[in-house]
Each structure stands twice: as structure tokens, then as C-alpha cells.
Ligand binder design. Sequence first.
Ligand code: LLP
Length: 417
Amino acid sequence: VSYFPHKNNEMFVENIALSDIAQHVQTPFYCYSSTAIETSFQAYKNAFSSQDALICYAVKANSNQAVLATLAKLGSGADVVSMGEIRRAITAGIPADKIVYSGVAKTEEEIHYALSLGIFQFNVESEPELELISKVATSLNKTAAIAFRINPDVCAQTHAKISTGKAENKFGVPISKARIAYKRAASLPGIKVQGVDVHIGSQLTSLAPFEEAYQRIAELVNELRADGHEISVVDVGGGLGITYLDEIIPSKQSYADLVKAQLGHLNCKIIIEPGRSLLGNAGILVSSVVFIKNGEERQFLILDAGMNDLIRPSMYEAYHQIIAVNKGANELKTYDVVGPVCETGDTFAKARQVHKSDAGDLIAIMSSGAYGSVMSSSYNTRMLAPEVMVKGNEFAIVKKRPSYEEIIKQDIIPSWL
Ligand code: LLP
């Protein structure tokens, strides 16, 4: 949050007043602090400096080219889950040999594309996927380096919709079936067994679930080696949480120490796939108050940003701090903070204290840098919010708002009309 300080009651992003940006870019818009992104990447890099580790940023958290190029420049790799994300990563300058490819439904076309680029590793989620990768690789006269994503059956103690490492989840190969899967992989012509991968969930606020998962993974690596497989990579996934309100998050250093303690003796290259912990608190959604509405029981702060711009509160009951950009009015008021979309779920917060606001005032929805813009839609034919990046005294529009014409002309009226 400190990259979005208030100075003289006015919110800044690094050295620029948000109100100055808002004069150039109509609300709602996303605003990122480049220095915040760089600093959290550097913190990961320092934390893992004593290990042979590659940070593969989870592109899904925020796939803007400016974000990816910022991270590419610092040496980041990418964890991708689709052809689109591979293309975004490559276009932003992330080299193919730093790309790991996750995802439960990789298609033949996507596998073909990734193989032809020569990515670092496929994180394979099932045996049918393994067979398909081998088939495509053989047809291209290549071998695909793979890790199986192992489902270790641990409880990540996070929101059910973002927990992925329980046996009931669709992700990965059950740890109990891992040895059979690796045996099959070793027998296939297009496959080179290279590593083991695990990702148990997102927004974890404690290290205990990681510890449990990595312990199981370490045991598995020993078993696989005893079976004759050469395991040289462990991908430990992402998942370290961020502070939205008052969550106390283990430091990146303590996380790195845990990885070393649990896996260091294996002498493997470590891949980490952080998303939220790099971007989450590096971005905000800036909105304007359209109306203050005095309901029978509540006061509504009606914003020009809605659930289509930031779906996390509706989808996961997620808490985001909501802060007046101008804190000139010293008085706090209690509002239900809502958007313009025609659904009751279009609510950012209930009974929330915000500085007294008027129509036209700017409001910042904090911690929106990850899983914000990437999950937005144009529901209600609302234009996708533009994105702005600030670095020091400069800002740049890094994604512009589309025009209504551009959006409407994507539809085609059939010839019979
Ligand atoms: N690696 C894999 C294989 C993943 O599935 C994910 C996230 C990550 C890495 C990055 O995890 P992170 O470091 O960001 O926790 N939309 C949800 C979050 C979904 C996370 C999906 N997978 C939200 O807004 O909370």
C-alpha cells in the first residue's frame, strides 16, 4: 500500500497525484506502480539467491505487456496456462526457455506451439495429456521435458474456489498414482522426465500447508529416483498470499527458507510461480462516485466501476480496502459501496467506513493488481477499464479503453437479416 501514499490528504501513485492521471484517463481505470512490482520481484530474487531458483511469474495474475516486460527485464520467466499467455510472454520478451506450461486442458495445437518454441517444461496434469504431448513431440521429432503436477492432497486453508491441492480438486495426478504415471512417461518416445510440480492453492496466509506439501514432494522425488528417474527440477508453484486488510503474511524469505529446508537436499533446480504476491498490492482500481443514494436503511456509494471490472468481491466475497483519493473531508461515513451493474452481487463492500464523499470524487479500490483486470468483462456493454503504469514521476497508458465502435463491430449480423 505504501506505493499509494496520501500526501496532504491526496492519494499518490509513486510521485504522481492520482487526480492528475484521472484528468487524462476517464475512470474507471487500473493503475500500477512499476516500482512496487520491481521491488516485490527483487524481494523474491534476494530470498532465493542461495538456491538455484527460477522465478516464473504466473501470467494469469496480470498479463499486461507492460507488466510482463517489466518482469522480463528483471530476469523473470513465466508460468503460462494457454496459447494466449505463451504469446503474451514471448511478445513481452520472456525467453521460451524460461517458460513453464501449466493447465488441465492443453490442446494439441497449444502443445504443438509450445514444443516448436522450445519451452522449459510442461507441467502435465493427467495421463491422457502425457500421451498427447508424446504424440505431438514425436511427430515434430522432439522430446518434451515434463514434470507431473502432483496433487498432494493437502488442505491449503484458503477460499474453496482457489484451493487446488485436495484430492477432490480437478488438478494434477494423485500422489498415490505418481510412480505409475512416471513409469509410463519414461517409456514414451517423445517424453523426457525432468521434474515434479505442485501447486496447492492461492492466497495462502500460513506456511504450514506448503510445508506439508513439500515434505510429500521430497519423499516422492526420492522414490522416483529410486525407480530410476532423473529428477532435476522441482516446481513449487505459487500461492503466497498478500495483505488485503490485516492478514499477516509470511515473508518471502521465510518462504524461501522453507523451500530450502524441505527440498534443498535434493539438489534440484527450483521453480516458483508467484502471481498475486508480485502484483496484488502493486495495483489499484480507480473509480468515481456517480451518486450517493440514501436508501431506506443504508447509504449507497454508487461507483462507475462494477463487478465487470473487479469480480473478486462478488466471486469470492473478497475484501478490498476502499479509500477516498481525497481525504479532505475528515469525517468518515458508513456506506454500501456498489457498482452500476444490474445485479445485487455488484457490491464491493457492505457497511464500510469511507471518508465522506460526493458525486465526482475519486475512490481507490486497493490490492487490485492481481486477478483484477485479467478477470474483467464487458458485461452490461461496459468498456473494459484501461490500465496505467506509473514509474517515479512518469505515467503511461499501458492499455487503452476500447471505443464503442470497436466493441460493437465484433458482432456480425447474419446475411438472412
Ligand atoms: N501456478 C499455478 C499452477 C496456478 O494455478 C496459480 C494460480 C499460480 C501459480 C499463481 O498463484 P498465486 O501466486 O497468484 O497465488 N482468481 C483468484 C485466484 C486464482 C488462482 C489460480 N491459480 C483470485 O482472484 O483470488
